[in-house]
Write a protein that binds this ligand. Sequence first.
Ligand SMILES: Cc1cc2nc3c(=O)[nH]c(=O)nc-3n(C[C@H](O)[C@H](O)[C@H](O)COP(=O)(O)OP(=O)(O)OC[C@H]3O[C@@H](n4cnc5c(N)ncnc54)[C@H](O)[C@@H]3O)c2cc1C
Length: 452
Amino acid sequence: MANRRSLQDRSSPRRDDGRVPVSARQSRAARLLYYAALAADDNFGYIAFVTKFLGLLDIAVVGCGVAGQAAATLLAESGHRVTIYERFTEPQPIGAGLLLQPTGLAVLRKLGLADAAIAGGARVTGLEARTHRGRSVLDLHYADLHPLAHGVGIHRATLFDLLHGRLLQSPAKLVTGTEIVDVDKTHLVEENGARHGPFDLIVAADGAHSALRARLMPQVRAPLYSWGCMWTTVPDLLGIGAAGLLRQRVRGTRLMMGLLPVGRGEVTIYWSLPIRALGRSKTIDLASWRRTATALWPEAAAIIDHAATGDFARATYRHVALARWNAGPVLFIGDAAHGTSPQLGQGANLGLMDAWTLATTLADAPDLLSAFLRFERRRDPAVRYYRHASHLLTPFFQSRLAPLGWLRDAVMGPACHVPGLRVMMGSTLAGTRRGWLSATPLGDNGCFPLDV
Ligand SMILES: Cc1cc2nc3c(=O)[nH]c(=O)nc-3n(C[C@H](O)[C@H](O)[C@H](O)COP(=O)(O)OP(=O)(O)OC[C@H]3O[C@@H](n4cnc5c(N)ncnc54)[C@H](O)[C@@H]3O)c2cc1C
């Protein structure tokens, strides 16, 4: 590992092919021991101990989404030999516009993509949620944490293109049209039995509905939330982008609509629905939706009318809680490790943070097992907090439990004006919480400090 080029130290020597030199004898001997241990079905502790001699790892990343692309790029540029596998022939973004938080923006900055993300998206300064009667439910602003802090609403395709362009510039190798369904020791396995490998480390970034998690961690239940949403992106006829706010309108716990500016004069509409209404076979009655949505949010009628003629996509979410982040040499990151409801708008940001933490942890850990333990220690507190908070909060916005809606309307609005609570809620929005009791303060420039 000492030979590996660290992310911070870009001055160490590289070979012509961009890799970091590793003693061939050292590497071969370690590999022999490593595979001998695997063949003997030895426990992972021994295998990981042995890999400390490897220096440069052969890494497979499964899934070309936000987390997978960021991880593959960062790991390849740290000197590892990285291959990223994607089931689609043409990797493509799936899903609605999303809100990048200071945490996710900090990782994009390390990738040299933050300015392009800000330019291609819409600067978001806060979140405002109201009931259909206009009563304030949430009124949070990044400026409460730092005058320069902000989020960025961005079309998923824009974020995908940025990450994908960056991946293609990196030494990582992309293999598309390859659906990985299993791992056999150090090899990836496709449905038709084709095998890829061997790999020292496999990063499973195959999303909330992860096939690898179901295969390697059958004890993890990962239940679907009983509510999901439909969404579409339309021209921003109301100037939501100019106001710089993510806006929501709610009525009880059954009706919720969100408007997120995503740049380029567009806004993404979210509409909450129970999952039984979201099945592929269900048709969405757009005329009826338009009536309900306009009654909920009359001021948004122009946008609603426009959306009612277009295509809505559907999204369901899972509650994923892993006891450990790894199963042998397979490490789960992104939604595969901690999928949750997007109520707090954190999933992509958490995935970007996973990618950064993995690359930096591998760069300074003495062996793979230590790296896994350190990674878990670094990521667990924040991920646990956001998973719990999302799980707790979601029924207040999406459920059949009317009393939760009354409680929300009575308590949350006033809570936003209690100084301590306001900062806690603001830091939750900004993605900076480390747990229920602490948060990472933003740096002097209003950015999230990744290197502390
Ligand atoms: C409606 C909605 C709104 C959201 N809003 C926000 C928001 O505002 N802010 C935010 O941060 N997050 C938001 N999220 C969450 C965010 O979209 C996810 O957390 C994020 O996309 C997860 O990234 P990922 O890379 O882990 O997984 P994904 O983006 O799901 O990528 C997984 C990739 O793996 C590939 N794959 C899957 N299975 C296999 C296989 N077997 N073999 C090979 N490849 C495979 C897939 O094709 C895909 O390319 C939202 C989610 C939804 C549904």
